[in-house]
Design a protein around this ligand. Structure first.
Ligand SMILES: Nc1ncnc2c1ncn2[C@@H]1O[C@H](COP(=O)(O)OP(=O)(O)O)[C@@H](O)[C@H]1O
Ligand SMILES: [Mg+2]
Length: 258
């Protein structure tokens, strides 16, 4: 059993696209997968076609009961939407989750509520993937405290490198103070344009910085990846022949290979 956070405090770098397609690809390969949407924007929830107006609850409700020192073990199970064949289970998110930062702030042990919440369901899954919001606030710190590895999607552009040191420092602090097993598992280049010199240069710098942690698989810029969420079906399932879906399939293989 492994818990992975898909984290980068920058928005629009491909976190949700990576989380949704990786989770679905692993489920299609027969793994028992849970995708946790931990972003109030709820894009992973939309990407899997869940009806946001009908979700029974989100991490917000889980955090609120834990913050009131109530037992949330049964709660998280009630909120998980079971996935069809070849799909991950989903703990959905809606805008309600925006209230989580405030609830966490007031809670005892505010960094480790997610870790506690996941404890009772860990053995039901081979992989739990958590889609993070674009910030390094308490929602993200809870993800870092709960996971074994971080997957960092990065866009091949100059500004991608800005903010990287802040992310790495946050990961190091959480490892030191809260979660000693935390490590960066993989850095994935997304929306990559191989013809761009700048993209090549960024790729080179990331390779120097991260070494083997930089994923072999590079995700190209591909319109199908942007279209799929509008259908509520992951690209890896809806457009399997597209360059984008093929790249995510290769990433799934890379992950399965260890
Ligand atoms: N490789 C790609 N090629 C083209 N569009 C992409 C690609 N990856 C993501 N997108 C689109 O770019 C936008 C931002 O991606 P998203 O995964 O939501 O990023 P984040 O979760 O980091 O904010 C979305 O509209 C998404 O559909
Ligand atoms: Mg997102």
């Amino acid at each position: 059993m492994a818990v992975w956070g898909v984290v980068n405090q920058k928005g629009g770098v491909g976190k949700t696209t990576t989380a949704v397609n990786l989770a679905t690809g692993l489920a299609r390969a027969g793994r028992r997968v849970l995708l946790i949407d931990s972003d109030p924007q709820g894009n992973a929830t939309t990407g899997l076609g869940a009806d946001k107006s009908a979700v029974p609850g989100t991490l917000f409700d889980v955090y609120r009961s834990l913050a009131e020192n109530m037992d949330a073990a049964g709660l998280i199970e009630q909120f998980i939407l079971p996935g069809a064949e070849g799909r991950p289970d989903l703990l959905p998110a809606t805008l309600d989750l925006a209230g989580a930062e405030g609830v966490l702030q007031a809670a005892v042990g505010k960094e480790v509520l997610l870790r506690d919440a996941l404890e009772p369901i860990l053995d039901r899954y081979d992989t739990i993937l958590i889609d993070a919001p674009p910030s390094l606030g308490l929602i993200t710190v809870n993800i870092l405290a709960a996971c074994d590895e971080v997957i960092v999607p990065m866009q091949g552009e100059f500004y991608a490198l800005e903010g990287l040191s802040q992310l790495v420092r946050t990961i190091e602090i959480v490892r030191k103070r809260i979660n000693p097993r935390l490590k960066i598992g993989r850095v994935v280049l997304t929306m990559f344009d191989g013809r761009s010199r700048l993209a090549q240069q960024v790729s080179q710098e990331l390779s120097e910085f991260f070494g083997e942690k930089l994923s072999q698989t590079v995700i190209p810029r591909n319109v199908r990846l942007g279209e799929a969420p509008g259908h509520g079906i992951p690209a890896i399932e809806l457009f399997p022949e597209s360059k984008g879906a093929q790249a995510y399939s290769a990433l799934v293989e890379e992950v399965l290979a260890g």
